[in-house]
Design a protein around this ligand. Structure first.
Ligand code: AMP
Ligand code: MG
Length: 420
């Protein structure tokens, strides 16, 4: 194999100057600070990662209560009840859910009771209303026996004091919030969503709602990266389109430093004369501009300004998209306290040849279809790094490893899923 690989700009890079994908990711994750939890009320904690484990301090249910609408009775009184020979009991009261005053049940009596209402003293079972009939004058006929404890919800049956409720590191679901509320836990320590300041650079860019002038193009990465940050669980803050100008770039970093947990930059990362970001970031803090062994997406930046990590992606929207998936999404999830930072993947069969340059990891945008033998991955048309329609149509990114240049139709390929 040649010792040199092209990177699409008429230059060649010696293979040993390429940074492996996994190394660049590892170095980015190493730049990230440990999560700093905050206390939030339950409704605000949905989807966030719990920082500390929570245990129950109470029993749920707290008191014995009825599992049915019916009659609280002594099971011994209705042992002999049958459909044809019911047992008659005198009804001495009624208890609704929330009732505090509870009539006592003695031999020969019953109390009308609703689901969730406290089971009164004396009673040891509940007869569902469906197996009773009224006998007109303050009486009820019981047509089926019940055993002791039947249709009574026992205290602590659901939760007991000291019982773990939610483990640290878990992403809170609606059901977790329900469990916490049941135990009276209304505030939790969790990791706030990281605030990602997005800085899009390029003299040729105009906002998507502007008509481009000669040589100008619409900014795709601003809207795309903002959406990707949000989908990854971060809070995007779009700092705007910034000119390829040292002062403008420096000013944008300076004025946004106070509210950034992560700077995400697009464009200006490689070796062109307008590629100023490595120099600007380097002067404000520290910066490494690397050529990563991947296609698309070779020029990448990682660095830090004060304590804020900086990730810079190439400007081509497809390169930006693939590098976001590869480096930024894991970083945002890491900042959220999540350890499952990678997308789920499936093994598929190539539906068409999947090619990549030597010594680089290829990421091909593919659609997935299923037949009896499993998934089939087919490229979404033109794979050029400027072809935005190739990402919009993709279900996943098929990975062609560094030591492979072609995966033939029918051979296996790993596909990172972009869809849930
Ligand atoms: P750069 O990484 O700045 O050298 O940009 C590489 C290519 O991507 C150039 O053709 C740019 O015009 C294009 N590009 C850069 N930023 C954007 C953007 N935000 N939206 C769409 N295209 C872009
Ligand atoms: Mg540029």
């Amino acid at each position: 194999m040649s010792r040199f690989v092209g990177h699409g700009r008429g230059e060649v890079t010696p293979i040993d100057e390429l940074t492996p994908v996994d190394e660049h990711l590892r170095e980015i994750l190493a730049l990230l600070p440990e999560p700093d939890p905050i206390e939030l009320r339950l409704p605000d904690a949905l989807g966030l990662v719990l920082a500390d484990p929570v245990t129950s301090s109470v029993s749920v249910p707290a008191f014995p209560n009825s599992g049915m609408d019916g009659y609280a009775v002594l099971a011994g009184d209705v042992e002999a009840a049958t459909v044809d020979a019911p047992v008659g009991l005198r009804v001495v009261g009624e208890i609704l859910a929330g009732s505090a005053s509870l009539p006592e049940v003695r031999a020969g009596t019953a109390v009308r009771i609703m689901t969730g209402a406290p089971v009164p003293p004396g009673a040891d079972a509940v007869v569902p209303v469906e197996t009773t009939s009224e006998d007109g004058s303050n009486g009820v006929r019981i047509h089926r026996p019940v055993h002791v404890g039947q249709h009574v919800r026992r205290p602590g049956e659901d939760l007991q004091p000291g019982q773990p409720l939610v483990a640290a590191g878990r992403r809170l679901s609606p059901a977790d919030l329900a469990l916490l509320a049941a135990a009276g836990v209304t505030r939790v320590n969790c990791v706030p969503p990281p605030r990602v300041v997005i800085l899009v650079s390029g003299d040729e860019l105009v906002p998507a709602d502007h008509e481009p002038g000669p040589g100008q193009i619409r900014d795709v990465n601003g809207p795309m990266l903002s959406a990707m940050v949000r989908a990854a669980g971060g809070v995007p803050f779009f700092a705007g389109i910034v000119r390829d100008d040292r002062k403008a770039l420096t000013y944008t970093f300076d004025t946004n430093l106070g509210h950034a947990d992560l700077f995400l930059c697009s464009g200006g990362a490689s070796a062109g004369t307008a590629d100023l970001l490595p120099d600007v970031i380097g002067r404000l803090g520290q910066c490494r501009a690397v050529k990563v062994a991947m296609k698309p997406g070779m020029p990448q930046i990682r660095g830090r300004i004060a304590d804020t990590p900086v990730i810079g992606l190439p400007g081509n929207p497809v390169s930006s998209f693939v590098s976001f998936e590869t480096f930024v999404r894991p970083a945002i999830r890491h900042l959220q306290g999540r350890r499952d930072v990678q997308r789920p993947s499936v093994i598929a069969r190539a539906g068409e040849p999947l090619t990549a340059p030597p010594a680089k990891r290829g990421y091909l945008r593919v659609t997935l279809a299923r037949d009896e033998q499993g998934w089939i991955a087919t490229p979404t048309g033109h794979q050029g790094s400027h072809v935005i329609s190739s990402i919009a149509a993709a279900d996943g990114l098929a990975v062609v490893p560094e030591d492979v240049t072609e995966i033939a139709p029918g051979e296996q390929v790993r596909v990172h899923l972009l869809v849930e």
